[in-house]
Design a protein around this ligand. Sequence first.
Ligand code: MN3
Length: 238
Amino acid sequence: MFVSRRALVMGASAALAAASAPRLSQAQAAGPFKLDPLAYATNALEPHIDARTMEIHHDRHHQAYVTNLNAAVKDHAGVAAMPLSDMLGKIGELPEAIRTAVRNNGGGHANHTMFWQVMGPGGGQAEGELFAAVTRDFGGLDTMQARFNDAGLRVFGSGWIFVTVTREGKLAIETKPNQDTPLMEGRRVLFGNDVWEHAYYLNYQNRRADYLKAWWNTVNWTKLAERYAAAKAGTLTI
Ligand code: MN3
């Protein structure tokens, strides 16, 4: 059988690529929590968020939260069986030995799961009921974005900016340090942005303001409208 040199080279490089890119499957730890693959390509948010940042952020940082969360609940079957939003909502009642690990890693898992969901290519624009709520509660989209970005700039060190949503559909901005989330106080998150440097450092270095501004280009308004409807229906979890 004739095999061209080119085919051999391509075969070898494909095998190498496969060997050096286990990405998700091999890294999954045993346990109730798992990391879902991104719903879009890692370069889909370029130029606003680069592919390398997305790979490291999703495949390594988020994976670490999932792995560590599974490890934390390993010997706590009652906790391991709880849905993530319930676990975080009852953070103060969890066994003290795992409370901090669940706070950091369960919070990290919830925040990042939300984060990948609320971004995406071709995300449309604010419209309909959500746009009406933004206008009612913030005075307009520009005002909401300015206030959100301003709050994000004032987060010292690592943390998140969120827009929370009530069952009645009322919106509000709040920030949290580290991987804390409004879910820990029983509130629901419509969307949020990660201001830990790992979210933007490769592209933006210390220019967090530029990242915050550019991030709005990645927002998936169609998904936000779905999350808004789910919040009002009481079915929004994380
Ligand atoms: Mn992060």
